[in-house]
Design a protein around this ligand. Structure first.
Ligand code: ATP
Ligand code: MG
Length: 379
């Protein structure tokens, strides 16, 4: 039986410290400790044998994660007061730079997710290749996509692959950073971002962790809520007002979230992010693709079958699958170092790693996404 007492003790200590830091206004330190406490609560929840304890700590983990993400950000300047701090040293709004170069990933690197690929093929790639044909059907290149699903299922990964496929300027925006760094000024930043993106003939703006800026308003009292309301309003003006211009012929907005139910419903109406795609855990074919890619060039014992490894990873997200393969590889490498010569990866190496894995995507979380997909109320 697992003895969770030391973890519970550590959890209590982190939680207490986080609360006092939050009360003292040190939000970034508080965020850090709330996240540590949430991670411990999660560990306690998955390892405990008592149902009540599992549920209690699961709820605590979700609550603390949510609190760290949404509340542990700098508060806005109260209305009417002078801004406390400018964004940059000279007070200018920060410029955004499109990402270019570096290691490019493309659709060929992405397992499955054909529905996302199709959206991009029919809304961007084909209309760019043959504009006349698209025009005959009233298809304008570009648009808005909302990708949602559990953590580690490939939302950010596919957004980067889209950038690799479409020869467009790619602006990757971490919304959590946008709101916490530019509290009080995030809507100005947004103005600037759209202006800069639209200087390009083709542009993609990727809003990662979209729920941190576009959540439903809470109790309406916090600075974060007011900031979000401003952000949502500016965002909607930009989205509704976008027209193709001489300079910008294609603008694709991609937003990603793992809490779609928390989004402000104004974002999801027709003409806005009405194309929503669920990014779930991969099927056997997609898992085999990932395992093959991670392990195909390694020395394997003849009885190690990559398809069996993929089967044992059923229910895991892409991030966990890649991490599991990394661990197996490391295990064999350590053995080779110890023995001073190259060793095959054995079935025992695989068993050791696979049997010790903990799935971070719980069944209740998947159920929540299923309920959301069916249009049920999820909170
Ligand atoms: N469909 C996929 N094909 C290939 N690799 C994948 C796929 N999905 C996930 N991965 C791998 O898993 C890693 C984690 O995925 P990613 O960061 O895109 O998840 P995410 O959905 O954005 O998670 P979060 O909601 O936590 O932001 C990727 O860097 C990639 O290596
Ligand atoms: Mg992501």
């Amino acid at each position: 039986m697992v003895n969770n007492a030391p973890k519970v003790q550590a959890f209590n200590s982190y939680y207490a410290q986080a609360k006092s830091l939050y009360a003292a206004g040190d939000l970034s330190a508080a965020r850090e400790l709330f996240l540590k406490a949430a991670s411990l609560a999660n560990e306690i929840s998955v390892t405990s044998s008592a149902y009540d304890v599992r549920m209690e700590y699961h709820k605590l983990a979700v609550k603390l994660l949510d609190f760290a993400r949404t509340k542990c950000v700098r508060h806005a300047t109260p209305a009417g007061a002078a801004p406390a701090k400018k964004n940059t040293e000279d007070g200018e709004v920060k410029s955004f730079t499109a990402e270019k170069g570096g290691k490019t990933i493309t659709f060929a690197d992405v397992a499955g997710l054909q529905d996302v690929k199709d959206q991009v093929i029919f809304h961007v790639l084909e209309p760019m290749k043959n504009p006349e044909l698209a025009k005959a059907y009233g298809i304008n290149p570009g648009g808005k996509l909302l990708l949602y699903g559990p953590p580690g299922t490939g939302k950010t990964f596919i957004a980067r692959a889209i950038a690799g496929e479409v020869d467009a300027a790619f602006y990757a925006i971490n919304c959590q950073d946008l709101i916490s760094k530019y509290m009080g000024d995030s809507s100005k930043q947004l103005d600037k971002l759209f202006d800069e993106a639209q200087q390009n003939e083709r542009a993609i703006i990727f809003f990662d962790e979209f729920d941190s800026v576009a959540s439903k308003r809470g109790d309406g009292t916090g600075g974060v809520d007011a900031e979000m309301a401003r952000f949502v309003a500016t965002f909607l003006t930009k989205v509704d007002g976008f027209k193709k211009s001489e300079t910008c012929k294609m603008l694709l907005l991609i937003a990603a979230t793992n809490r779609p139910w928390a989004l402000d419903s104004a974002m999801l109406r027709g003409g806005r992010f009405d194309t929503q795609i669920y990014i779930g855990v991969p099927d056997q074919k997609a898992r085999e693709f990932m395992v093959n890619k991670a392990m195909k060039d390694l020395p394997l014992d003849p009885d190690v079958r990559l398809s069996d490894i993929a089967r044992r990873l059923e229910g895991f997200g892409g991030g966990d699958i890649v991490a599991a393969c990394d661990k197996i590889r490391l295990e064999a490498y350590k053995k080779s170092v110890r023995l001073g010569k190259k060793q095959n990866i054995t079935k025992a190496d695989c068993d050791l790693i696979l049997s010790g894995l903990r799935n971070n995507t719980g069944a209740d979380e998947i159920a929540k996404f299923e309920a959301y997909r069916q249009g049920l109320d999820v909170t």
